[in-house]
Design a protein around this ligand. Structure first.
Ligand code: ATP
Ligand code: ATP
Ligand code: CA
Length: 220
């Protein structure tokens, strides 16, 4: 597949999620056309985004005039206004924008977006809620689900793993997780290997099935 990482992106809907996304893409050197129907929102962002315009994205003529059909990537960051989200997504599909990302506020909303042409659907509120639940309930310092079955957690090492080379600790057999990186109290992350010996103040990244990662963190 061609490297699309620097192709321009249309971002539609500039509330908290959409504005953060547009600003981050800009910071990463990606050209962004940012669209919102609220002039006040556009005004607020005009100093920080190079191309930010007021338009109603449910109006196909407005999208054409802005050159949206020339883009191969778009993000629909309208959430709560489900009708606008669905209409906008279907218009982008009609204009043959190849790579459509859309934010959904519910699973049902997400299924509709997929059916009408969104290639990727994201659920920021659900995902963040699940993530924070792991941080609140356990000993995790960070937690990321990679797919339905797998996750990476940042945790302190369980006492029994301190001072023993990882290769001798038998982590995969005992816990069903792999230690993939270690961060000493002072310093950055380094890849972990069989010879890595953990110290009490270290943070480690463990990768494995979600249930195993959860169980491992509970043992910390
Ligand atoms: P967040 O959670 O990111 O703060 P939200 O999902 O709660 O956002 P929404 O009410 O869905 O917020 O709106 C997101 C943004 O999309 C708002 O800034 C709104 O002005 C914009 N928006 C809504 N409808 C349209 C439309 N038809 N065309 C362009 N922008 C729109
Ligand atoms: P999300 O982005 O998670 O969908 P939100 O930030 O858009 O949520 P809010 O309007 O802030 O939604 O409300 C979040 C929830 O908090 C709602 O279910 C609301 O009923 C509840 N809530 C609001 N105020 C209070 C309060 N004073 N006491 C208890 N619950 C409250
Ligand atoms: Ca919200």
């Amino acid at each position: 597949m061609a490297d699309r990482s620097n192709e321009p992106v249309v971002v539609i809907g500039l509330a908290r999620f959409g504005s953060a996304l547009a600003l981050e893409l800009t910071e990463r050197g990606v050209d962004v056309l940012a669209i919102d129907s609220n002039p006040r929102t556009v005004q607020d962002l005009s100093g920080r985004l190079a191309h930010v315009v007021t338009a109603d994205a449910t109006d196909i003529e407005a999208l054409r005039q802005l050159g949206v059909p020339d883009f191969s990537r778009a993000v629909v960051a309208i959430g709560t206004n489900m009708e606008a989200s669905i209409l906008t997504t279907s218009l982008l599909a009609e204009l043959e924008v190849a790579d459509i990302w859309a934010k959904a506020v519910s699973r049902r909303h997400g299924r509709i977006l997929e059916r009408i042409g969104a290639r990727h659907v994201v659920y920021p509120e659900y995902d963040m809620g699940e993530r924070v639940a792991h941080l609140v309930s356990g000993h995790m310092q960070d937690y990321v689900e990679l797919d339905e079955a797998h996750a990476i957690a940042k945790v302190g090492p369980p006492g029994e793993l301190v001072g023993v080379p990882l290769g001798e600790a038998g982590m995969p057999a005992r816990y069903g997780v792999d230690v993939i990186a270690v961060k000493p109290a002072e310093g950055g992350f380094e890849p972990a290997g069989p010879g890595t010996v953990l110290a009490p103040g270290d943070a480690i990244l463990v990768l494995g099935r979600i249930s195993r990662v959860e169980r491992f963190a509970d043992a910390v």
